[in-house]
Design a protein around this ligand. Structure first.
Ligand code: PEP
Length: 252
């Protein structure tokens, strides 16, 4: 179901104690000031999930892992499976983030496996796509992102695809302070929705939540979220301060 969603991606930030404090601050400010029609998600390090789940009001705030293993279980030292994530009480998992694709070699083949395992365990994937600067400059970004989706999530059944949240994150905007313009975001989100329509039909496309990510902050969220195909944001840096995060949550 298409929803307004603002998801924080804490990345590799905060000790457990700092994370609990941040979760408490977000929980309080969301309870007091947060728009009730926005789904709020906190994407925390694995080590924090159980405590963050205990800390926040589950009726207002969901919890996400930032990754899961491409295998269900077994001799994969250091890995955390989708079932393990689900057993903590988390309900989302961020998959396909450009940092994981770039620094940890996550290919479409690996992401296929991760998405399938996440869905099987009952987690909602927040699936990231987006182009590098050179691709944007070559003006092939629309085809590139469509191809990313074709290779990773368009092979799902319609029933499974309906469970996916998409996050468009142009790599040139992540953590750089450079945000896609409102028009660039809308154009790409419309391109993604058109690709979903072509593959799964208009009803499923209209029901898919497509988030924008990339230097989205308290100042620019309103303009980005005003676009008809932008259903919210995946927020990195600005999700680490409850006072900034709440302004983004209330940016619709
Ligand atoms: C992200 O990493 O998902 C992200 C959008 O980061 P930032 O908001 O810091 O650009």
């Amino acid at each position: 179901m298409r929803q307004k969603i603002v998801a924080g991606n804490w990345k590799c930030n905060t000790t457990l104690q700092e994370g609990i404090e941040l979760a408490k601050a977000v929980d309080t400010i969301v309870a007091n000031e947060g728009a009730t029609d926005v789904v709020v998600v906190l994407g925390t390090p694995f080590t924090h999930i159980v405590k963050v789940v205990e800390t926040v009001d589950a009726a207002r705030i969901g919890v996400a892992a930032q990754n899961c293993a491409a295998e269900a279980k077994g001799a994969f030292t250091g890995e955390v499976s989708a079932d393990m994530v689900k057993s903590t009480g988390a309900n989302y998992v961020i998959l396909g983030h450009s940092e994981r694709r770039e620094y940890y070699g996550e290919t479409s083949e690996i992401l296929n496996k991760k998405v399938a395992l996440a869905l099987k365990s009952g987690l909602t994937p927040i699936f990231c796509c987006g182009e590098a600067l050179a691709i944007r400059q070559a003006e092939t970004h629309n085809e590139y992102v469509k191809q990313q989706l074709t290779e990773t999530i368009f092979n799902l059944s319609a029933d499974d695809f309906k469970k996916i949240v998409i996050a468009y994150e142009p790599i040139w905007a992540i953590g750089t302070g450079v945000t896609a313009s409102s028009q660039q975001a809308q154009d790409m989100h419309a391109n993604i929705r058109a690709a979903i329509t072509a593959k799964f039909g208009a009803e499923i496309a209209e029901g898919t939540s497509i988030l924008y990510g990339g230097s989205c902050n308290a100042k620019n969220a309103k303009e980005l979220f005003a676009n008809k195909d932008v259903d919210g944001g995946l927020i990195g840096g600005a999700s680490l301060k409850a006072e900034d995060f709440i302004q983004i949550i209330n940016g619709f």
